[in-house]
Design a protein around this ligand. Sequence first.
Ligand code: G3P
Ligand code: MG
Length: 525
Amino acid sequence: MTKPGFKEVDFGTSPKHHVDTPPHSPEKTTHPKSFPMHHKKTPSSGKGHSRQESRGNKKNSLGDNLTIPISPSSHNTIEVPALRSPDADTTQFMHHLSASPSTKERRVSRNSFGASLPIPRSKRQSRLSSVTYPADAHKAGRPGTISPPREFLTSQVQDVLVHKVKAAKNMAFAFDIDGVLVHGDRLIPQGKRTLQMLNGDNELGIKIPHIFLTNGSGKPELARTEQLSKILQNPISTDQFIQSHTPMRALAEYYETVLVVGGEGYRCRDVAEEYGFKNIVVPNDIVAWDPSIAPYRVFTDEERASSRPRDFSQVNIDAILVFSDSRDYATDMQIIMDLLRSEDGRLGTTAKDPVSQRIPIYFSQGDLLCPTEHPTPRMSQGAFRIGLEAMYKALTGVELERVVYGKPELATYKYADEVMASWMDELHGEERVPQNIYMIGDNPASDIVGGNMYGWNTCLVRTGVFQGGDNDEENPANFGVFPNVWDAVTAACRKELGDDFGFRWDERIVNPLMHDSQAASAIEV
Ligand code: G3P
Ligand code: MG
């Protein structure tokens, strides 16, 4: 079977480092915008000029000219062509389910924007930027960090072992988190040691670049890095950290009023606020306004007091953003379905045309399953999405078009490159993407297929979703399968830095006070 792969053209510019070149042409950015007021801006379709033109000429039921804007007015986002089809995944299961089997020809929806995923142009998450250290870091020195005297010693070693230093700066790791470094809140033991080694506990005393690329979600980046830092007992910066919804901050430039779904309590509202969304609605706000909308929901006084109800019969919601796993499928699915079937996102209305009046829906990731503390993986956002797609098809007779971010989507890997280059600048003062990148993942269907298509080396570990034989048959890891993250990372380091590379910092080799001739002879000249 021929597997899809990213081509140069997909990136809009060189895959080596493509920070500064917008993928859209100048004429696209000056495309006229005459969208209804509540639809602020809309990511462009990437399916070809003719589709854009036909959408641009459509009229909606209100008679507005529905010219589709192609890109936001500012230049803080990059629109990346979608890898995944914008169409529902449920077609194959649907022949008995549709209440009104569609005889309508498939029409072009003004909201079917699945061909383009905006990501932030700026590399630094400036407002979020922070490095967090484990709480007891002061006791034994911050793991992986370098005290001034040690800095002097490492520079001595690095001055001698210049070839290894060059190779260490020309490699990098992208770590999946769940199933590779942790299971939920539980540490996978090899994760701690691996990060200590990459943070400087190695023969060069050098920081080997690494970022975290997770389909996890549901918390502001700083809160999650603080939590992970404690579990892994290593410093983790928000500048080296990408959750599934992190690139979705770019959507704040396109939509004014959004329904944000998923996560515990109001954390995803906090996430959306940090991303710059101006008018954020969560399902609890809607239930507080009209409890009858969710007949099976037991709504507590505390939830009512903490929600922000308003008269939603007067509000148009511009887009639905599923940021994280739903904590209440019944309520969330009901509200999402009501909005998808409404006229332009106004609750209490029913669209005359389910396609052209439908607001867009975005999911932060598409994993069906997620490893947790439970013995077998649990259902994740992908399962929730497929349920919604099936319901939507059964109720309307048409397919639900949607956009899915996260691994293995091209936009997420492209954003990872931006973060990687920025992190290289932070660590080594060189803003570039290292040549030899290793993705360490446990899920062949997201981590590995995405890494393979992006041209990275891929390592599959056996501590998470993958429980198969020699390698995954559908999406084999190209660098191999390893029992755990330590084995994968040390194998990659041996390949790039030599079989003799030392996975401990040993200052006796250079410290003049502890110097001995035997150790000195170990230094390669
Ligand atoms: O699938 C849900 C999510 O928790 C997976 O996270 O780190 O394995 O990409 P990760
Ligand atoms: Mg994983």
